[in-house]
Design a protein around this ligand. Structure first.
Ligand SMILES: Nc1nc2c(ncn2[C@@H]2O[C@H](COP(=O)(O)OP(=O)(O)O)[C@@H](O)[C@H]2O)c(=O)[nH]1
Ligand SMILES: [Mg+2]
Ligand SMILES: [Zn+2]
Length: 353
């Protein structure tokens, strides 16, 4: 039986879902021949799109990592998932209360939109936390300030947020066609050219699904009214990949409220590039920016070019990252120890025979 050439899939509907020569190359020689992209994951099976159809697919065997929304998979002749192609990027959060583990929120994304609704004043700390996660994913972060029609001065809010997000574009948008910031939709569209994958991260109720619908030009996703207490309803319950008319795709996520960092060392350096840059000019290489003489960070705070709030926010996230890293190391050590114990037991069993 001849094995289909995955590069032939470039002639199918798959490029509209983000398939490219890069993925075709990775697929060569892997188990399973028919490429598909995960639209949504259910328990131990996925809704996948093959470029022609959306179909449910079970697992052909144990899959590690388990496929998640945005993954590229290869289906065996029976239509089951045989391979999950290595991820190019992954938006992850820490998901362990008692143990150090993570959850992949969206795989293979090029752009992560950190979404905040301007019906409330920007929560800079939360935006910094999410942009740190976004940088850690390997994708390009963008900050999207929705509901600009509800803000008195969306542009001044934009500038305030921009100071907290160096290296990321900050876009104001409103889904109201009568509002000038409706034009923000065009900017978001420009940031998501054909062939790219985006995702939106932020609490429930900030307007993520409404944004996807506005970009799509039709109502693909359910949206929710805000409850009287101001908290959003979780109208989006699953993470779902949606194709946009010009050939980009977006992954809609349910709300993210308190997210834990995960593997965020590099992400922190990128999200706080201004502090990293100043720190390189401190007199002492190990300067903690507290009381040290010749500290460039404290000098920037003293002359007003940086806020104390931003340094505090950075330190808080850095402490969290250090703590998670130490717990993760402890877990790895424990796993290693358990493996050795099992091996020893096995060897003792052998010796008795
Ligand atoms: N005024 C205003 N309301 C919006 C805008 N975008 C979304 N909303 C409303 O905000 C609520 C939550 O929207 P939804 O898209 O479900 O938020 P999600 O939970 O982040 O997906 C809904 O009632 C929307 O109609 C906007 O640009 N302006
Ligand atoms: Mg939603
Ligand atoms: Zn310093």
């Amino acid at each position: 039986m001849s094995v289909p050439d995955p590069s032939l899939s470039l002639n199918s509907g798959l490029p509209k879902l983000g398939w490219s020569a890069y993925w075709a190359e990775l697929a060569r020689g892997a188990a399973g021949a028919r490429p598909a992209r995960v639209i949504r994951e259910d328990r131990a099976r996925c809704l996948v799109h093959t470029g022609e159809d959306a179909v449910h697919a079970g697992y052909a065997g144990a899959l590690d990592p388990a496929p998640t929304t945005g993954d590229w998979v290869l289906l065996d002749p029976g239509g089951a998932i045989a391979t999950v192609l290595p991820r190019r990027t992954a938006l992850r959060r820490g998901a362990g209360k008692s143990e150090a583990k993570d959850q992949v929120l969206a795989a293979n994304v090029d752009v992560v939109g950190v979404v905040h609704g301007l019906s409330a004043a920007p929560s800079l700390g939360r935006i910094e936390r999410l942009t740190t996660l976004a940088w850690s994913s390997g994708a390009q972060p963008v900050v999207i300030l929705t509901k600009a029609d509800l803000a008195t001065s969306p542009q001044s809010e934009r500038e305030e947020v921009q100071a907290a997000c160096p290296g990321a574009e900050v876009v104001c948008v409103s889904v109201d066609p009568a509002h000038p910031d409706h034009a923000g939709l065009g900017e978001i569209r420009r940031l998501l050219p054909a062939g790219t994958t985006g995702t939106f991260a932020g609490p429930s109720g900030v307007g993520k699904s409404s944004l996807v619908n506005a970009l799509a030009g039709r109502d693909l996703l359910a949206t929710g009214e805000i409850r009287a207490d101001g908290k959003g309803r979780h109208t989006s319950v699953t993470r779902e990949l949606v194709a946009l008319p010009w050939g980009a795709v977006v992954i809609d996520t349910p709300g993210l409220r308190g997210v834990q960092l995960w593997d965020a060392e590099d992400g922190l350096d990128a999200a706080f590039a201004d502090i990293a840059e100043l720190a390189a000019q401190c007199r002492f290489a190990d300067c903690q920016h507290r009381t040290e003489p010749g500290c460039a960070v404290l000098a920037a705070i003293a002359d007003g070019s940086m806020s104390q709030r931003r340094l505090d926010s950075h330190d808080r996230l850095q402490r969290e990252q250090n703590w998670l890293a130490s717990r993760y190391d402890a877990r790895l050590r424990a796993e290693q120890k358990a493996k050795w114990k099992a091996l020893h037991k096995q060897m003792r069993g052998h010796n008795r025979q």
